[in-house]
Design a protein around this ligand. Structure first.
Ligand code: PMP
Length: 397
């Protein structure tokens, strides 16, 4: 018997009611029945994106939403800026390169966040920059970027702001309209608690003229076709019907919980995870850690790849290691989407047992106790501050 615990930052676990939707008979996509579900999904996505802009759905993973942004907003020879804080920010630069865009890369060291003043400076020195690309929560390092500050800067220029929130959406607050983000890119398999297979974008009124003007090749990922079809409650091509139907249920659950509560739960679990890791004497990797995953430096003398492999093979616990340069040096634990307090207990408990097996000087139970203390004493308030009347006042030690 092997029980499997998915604690990696995407794909993430799916609630049973959402999985159950996937077992229902397949709907034809050109029917009023599907049209009603599709329309509900678009409306509820607007709630989660916190936007009144158009929201488009395409079949593909998160990267499809990123590539579609490049293809729809820019023409070969145009100038763009990428504010990258890791592997996924760098992906934007690679896509831009593929499309023949002149890219200015403002790259922070892994573990650090974007310095918004650098974006301001880059935009000042190159007024040809049409689009600024940034990452909300950089999954490869666990940092959160200050999208609000970046949004304020870009909004004062003719440029549009594209934010990759593939891992952040529905976990870490991103008021799309409030923070003046023109395009938000995401996927179904993380905070949205659904199987992989759908990519989504929101597109502002400021961004649409660029879409009309783009000379980049695009057929399947043409946002104009997608927008036109929405009026008929359809997609231009056969969508991943099953995943749309499952996503409808996941979005109902998010709405029922309430976005504010979803964010507070993520902040709470993040705080507990960080406390657990630190109690084990481990160092956090991100300078400004996000609330959807925690990246942890692997102790000297241990290979992070071994931790990840043995946790998966021997304990059935699936976490993530480092990507690229960080391979073997960090591990990443998710608290994203359909996760609750005991997911954190499992993650930290498994980690301390594995470190013990690998000969690291950890005291069993110390990490778990720190997790439990946070879970008991901190209210589920955004930012994780103790709620009035919480057990903190009752003296839990
Ligand atoms: N951006 C970020 C921040 C991500 O976390 C991911 C997925 N790990 C992606 C982009 C790429 O998404 P996908 O693997 O679904 O194409």
């Amino acid at each position: 018997m092997k029980k499997y615990y998915l604690i990696a930052p995407g794909p993430t676990p799916v609630p049973p009611e959402v999985s159950a939707q996937e077992g229902l008979p397949i709907l034809h996509h050109r029917t009023s029945e599907f049209g009603a579900i599709f329309t509900e999904v678009i409306e509820n996505l607007k709630y989660v994106f916190q936007t009144r802009n158009d929201v488009l759905i395409m079949t593909g993973s998160g990267t499809a939403s990123m590539e579609s942004a490049v293809a729809n907003l820019l023409s070969p020879g145009d100038a763009a800026l990428v504010a990258s804080t890791g592997w996924f920010g760098d992906r934007f630069a690679k896509i831009l390169d593929t499309y023949g865009i002149q890219t200015t890369l403002v790259r922070e060291d892994d573990g650090k966040s974007v310095v918004p003043a650098k974006i301001q400076e880059a935009l000042r020195s190159n007024p040809r920059i049409k689009v600024v690309f940034a990452t909300h929560t950089e999954t490869s390092t666990g940092v959160v970027n200050d999208i609000r500050a970046i949004g304020q800067i870009v909004a004062q220029t003719p440029a549009v702001l594209v934010v990759d929130s593939v891992s952040g959406l529905a976990g870490q607050d991103l008021p799309t309209d409030g923070w003046k983000v023109d395009v938000v890119c995401t996927g179904s398999q993380k905070g949205l608690m659904t199987a992989p297979g759908l990519a989504m974008v929101s597109v502002s009124a400021k961004a649409w003229p660029l879409v009309e003007a783009s000379k980049s090749p695009r057929f399947y990922f043409d946002w104009r076709k997608m927008r036109k079809s929405i009026a008929d409650k359809q997609t231009p091509f056969t969508p991943a019907v099953t995943i749309v139907v499952a996503l409808a249920e996941a979005l109902r659950q998010i709405k029922r919980e309430g976005l504010e509560n979803v964010f507070a739960r993520h902040a709470w679990l993040a705080q507990a995870t960080r406390a657990g890791a630190q109690a084990l004497g481990l160092q956090l990797f991100a300078q400004a850690p996000c609330n959807v995953l925690t990246s942890i430096r692997v102790p000297e003398g241990i290979n992070g790849k071994t931790i990840v492999k043995r946790l998966r093979e021997e304990y059935g616990v699936s976490i993530a290691g480092g990507q690229g340069e960080l391979d073997g040096k960090i591990i990443r634990l998710a608290h994203m989407g359909f996760m609750e307090r005991f997911d954190v207990v499992i993650a930290i408990s498994a980690l301390e047992m594995m470190l013990c097996e690998l000969g690291a000087p950890v005291e069993l139970g110390k990490g778990v106790a720190a997790v439990q203390r946070v879970l008991l004493t901190q209210g589920k308030t955004a930012g994780g501050s103790a709620a009035a009347g919480s057990p903190a006042a009752a003296g839990v030690r």
